[in-house]
Design a protein around this ligand. Structure first.
Ligand SMILES: C[S@@+](CC[C@H](N)C(=O)[O-])C[C@H]1O[C@@H](n2cnc3c(N)ncnc32)[C@H](O)[C@@H]1O
Length: 280
């Protein structure tokens, strides 16, 4: 049993009964994806779909001809389609896979206290996009609150004090963006959604009024209170400026951050919306 994956399964199991709490978050993401369907339409792929508490699958199935849900956790996907009464809809496709391809190696690295060579192999493997494992290209690709989890697996496997920790995080983040982009067909669209801090380390997140929310988040970010590797500015930088991926995209837009209510805990969430450029 992969200990790192087991933590994901447990988190998904525990967060299942949050359909009601998550309504605002779900409506926002479903709304963004519905708008993108109007400009792009066709086939949607969701990375980190899990319980799908953040997707109204019935609404999305009215605007997309195919919806591909991707996650490590088969039971979460099964729960999602049954809970939303959409399991019989032929437009829904489930794909159970590790979106880094290195989850098992990370778990072995952790349990067997492996050395430098094993870590180098992991870093090398992270340079490979995982898009070939899915039936792309898609018209719209959405990554939904999975990136912080992918990075958390590195935190748990290697530890924050490891000399190559930062390099690993950069590799995981880079691979995830590369995979998402490789899955989008020319002219298609992407939506990367990432939680970046929670009320566990920022207790006022739950109570701060909407009009002070952005200012509050700026304070958190400047005091370095955010999850490893997912500072919204860093996410934006993946697709802007000198980044190797920047030339593949256009209309890159940082959405207004919002709150994701997960019952006992709340998260601040960043969103990036963009289009894949046509080849010249
Ligand atoms: C925070 S949850 C996303 C929330 C989910 N969309 C929902 O509303 O229920 C992150 C998801 O990423 C999945 N995940 C984590 N690591 C993964 C990996 N290496 N490959 C594929 N999925 C992974 C987890 O199983 C989990 O379902």
């Amino acid at each position: 049993m992969n200990e790192l994956f087991e933590e994901e399964f447990q988190f998904n199991q525990a967060s299942r009964p949050n359909w009601e709490h998550g309504a605002a978050h779900r409506n926002l993401i479903t709304g963004y994806l519905t708008e993108l369907a109007e400009s792009s339409g066709g086939r949607l792929c969701v990375l980190g779909a899990g319980n799908c508490n953040d997707l109204d699958l019935q609404k999305l199935s009215e605007v997309y001809s195919e919806i591909h849900l991707v996650d490590l956790d088969e039971s979460a996907l099964k729960y999602a389609v049954e809970f939303q009464s959409i399991s019989e809809n032929p437009a829904i496709h489930q794909h159970v896979l590790d979106l880094t391809g290195v989850g098992d190696s990370l778990a072995v690295f952790k349990s067997d206290h492996q050395g430098e060579d094993a870590l180098q192999e992991i870093i090398d493997a992270l340079s490979v996009s995982q898009a070939d494992k899915l039936p792309g290209p898609f018209d719209v690709v959405c990554s939904t609150c999975i990136l912080s989890q992918l990075i958390l697996q590195v935190v748990h496997a290697v530890g924050e004090t490891h000399p190559r920790f930062e390099e690993l995080i950069v590799s995981v983040r880079g691979q995830h963006f590369r995979t998402a982009l490789d899955l989008i067909g020319e002219g298609g669209a992407g939506l990367i959604v990432s939680d970046f801090v929670s009320s566990e380390s920022a207790a006022d997140l739950k109570d701060v009024p909407d009009f002070q929310f952005t200012q509050y988040l700026s304070q958190l970010l400047s005091s370095r209170n955010f999850f490893h590797g997912v500072h919204p500015g860093l996410l934006f930088a993946q697709l802007k400026g000198d980044s190797p991926l920047a030339k593949l995209v256009e209309d890159v837009e940082m959405l207004h951050p919002w709150r994701w209510n997960l019952g006992a805990r709340q998260y601040a969430v960043a969103g990036l919306r963009f289009h894949r450029r046509n080849a010249e």
